[in-house]
Design a binder for this molecule. Structure first.
Ligand SMILES: Cc1cc2nc3c(=O)[nH]c(=O)nc-3n(C[C@H](O)[C@H](O)[C@H](O)COP(=O)(O)OP(=O)(O)OC[C@H]3O[C@@H](n4cnc5c(N)ncnc54)[C@H](O)[C@@H]3O)c2cc1C
Length: 457
């Protein structure tokens, strides 16, 4: 519990209209897309780095837990204030400060929504490749702190590949500038990189300098439908083996196909075991040639249906089902757990088959959607958090899913982070010495452990 004196000190920094301790605001800023649990004692909406610095100075003196929050969409429990304390909600630091197309960078405050940045960059013929499906609401600060990915990351990489520089406030209140606006800068360590995926545990990101790239001249989409999962996986391997690197290569399993048909009826065969959605981008002649190859590989591997989009409207049409997946999963049950197990691409079929066995063993509904080209799969479990017996089965199934991913040479997260959700699995993934190293890093910048305590480190 925060003392009235500490609350007043916080309120004085941001002003009473941006300080809240009423139940409605505390509750609505104490959950994320993974969980609830714990409640903030105060929520503030800072508008500047200096305000954040002053808030942290006091929080550090008084050992107040601080949980930073963007849009609260993360899927691992990162923005839940499990120990109470102060929530710093950065949605009002939402200005795009600079777009420099010639020097290929943009500068944004952390509360800028990913889509708003894309729109602004698009007007200049550029884009910022990280494209989480939550891009219409999630913030640049949240994208960096979770090291978010998305379908396009197969070709273009995740958020950390685009962070050139950061301004951040450390637990002490000190303001640091890490990296620069240069596309090439190897001045010593790369501390801006450490903040990618730090989930609010190392400092508060208050400004980001991001690498941007020109929008490709052409883009085309294909949808390939398979009766058999092995043929689907073989197609993925053959396309990559042919030297084609699609901008996106998404896979949906039979559970997802039927989910889409139940609610959208777009004409996918219900018995099909796999659908691939493939985006190619680049120069028009190259995209045309590569698409012909993709089509040929598709038929060679016994596709039962191939649809090719001729224009951007038809591309959007093919993506309609995939884009709707998370919304549809939420229609089926009160609780949905979207997991994020990642395996080497060659192990994707083993992972999918393994998840099916786990679903049978624990009598659960597990459907799989994922980024097939980079092995990042999202086994999604429909359940009900109020049903204790079922949740015990879910917990066991989730542990088994991650053990399987690790056994197959994979990792705990391809893009959703660790937070609370996968904290318990870290020892089996990293080992004690590596975890100790992470803890040493954390202690060196936040000795009192005020920044997002109780999360993965
Ligand atoms: C429907 C849906 C689809 C999704 N699809 C994808 C997807 O395709 N790919 C993907 O990667 N993720 C996806 N996500 C997860 C989520 O949207 C991302 O993790 C996103 O980056 C979170 O951004 P946010 O603004 O909501 O951050 P929040 O959820 O508010 O915060 C995320 C973490 O970052 C920390 N944080 C936030 N801002 C800062 C800051 N300025 N400084 C320091 N720490 C900070 C928080 O403390 C927390 O630990 C999806 C989520 C939903 C609900």
């Amino acid at each position: 519990m925060l003392s009235q004196k500490t609350k007043s000190a916080f309120s004085k920094i941001v002003g009473s209209e941006r300080f809240h301790d009423d139940l409605a605001t505390l509750s609505s800023h104490s959950y994320d897309s993974y969980s609830t649990g714990g409640r903030a004692d105060a929520v503030v909406f800072p508008k500047s780095t200096v305000e954040i610095s002053k808030l942290l100075e006091i929080a550090n003196q008084e050992a107040v837990p601080v949980t930073t929050r963007g849009a609260g969409t993360n899927l691992s429990g990162g923005s839940v204030p499990i120990n109470g304390g102060l929530v710093l909600c950065l949605t009002q630091m939402n200005r795009i400060l600079k777009i420099a197309p010639k020097d290929r960078y943009a500068v944004a405050q952390p509360g800028v929504v990913n889509e708003e940045l894309q729109i602004a960059l698009g007007k200049n013929g550029f884009f910022f490749p990280p494209d989480p499906s939550s891009y219409t609401v999630s913030t640049i600060g949240g994208n960096i702190a979770e090291n978010a990915g998305g379908p396009r990351c197969l070709k273009y990489g995740v958020t950390s590949d685009y962070v050139l520089g950061l301004e951040a406030v450390l637990a002490s209140g000190k303001i640091v500038r890490l990296g620069s606006a240069n596309v090439k800068d190897v001045t010593g360590y790369r501390p801006a990189g450490i903040f990618c995926g730090s989930e609010g545990t190392l400092g508060i990101i208050t400004e980001a300098t991001l690498k941007i790239i020109p929008i490709p001249k052409a883009k085309r989409t294909a949808m390939l439908v398979y009766q058999n999962l092995n043929d689907t996986a073989q197609t993925v391997a053959d396309i990559i083996g042919e030297g084609i690197l699609p901008a996106a290569m998404e896979l949906m399993d039979n559970g997802i196909i039927n989910l889409i048909e139940d609610y959208m009826n777009i004409g996918l065969p219900r018995t099909a075991e796999g659908v691939l959605l493939i985006d190619l981008d680049g120069m028009p002649e190259m995209v045309q040639k590569e698409m012909e190859l993709v089509e040929r590989i598709g038929w060679q591997n016994k596709a039962i249906q191939i649809s090719l989009a001729k224009n951007s409207q038809e591309c959007d049409e093919l993506w309609k089902g995939r884009r709707a997946v998370y919304g549809l999963l939420n229609k089926v049950s009160p609780t949905v757990l979207v997991e994020d197990a990642t395996v080497p691409v060659s192990k994707v079929p083993d992972m999918i088959r393994g998840c099916r066995k786990i679903a049978e063993e624990f009598r659960l509904k597990i459907s799989i959607v994922g980024h097939a080209g980079d092995g990042n799969l999202h086994p999604s479990i429909n359940t009900d958090a109020r049903d204790k017996e079922k949740m015990q089965r879910v917990d066991l199934a989730v542990r088994k899913i991650f053990s399987l991913a690790l056994d197959l040479g994979g990792c705990l997260s391809g893009e959703h982070g660790i937070g609370l959700g996968k904290k318990a699995f870290l020892p089996m993934a990293l080992g004690d010495d590596t975890i100790d190293f992470l803890k040493m890093l954390k202690r060196s910048v936040d000795p009192l452990n005020i920044l997002n305590p109780g999360k993965f480190v």
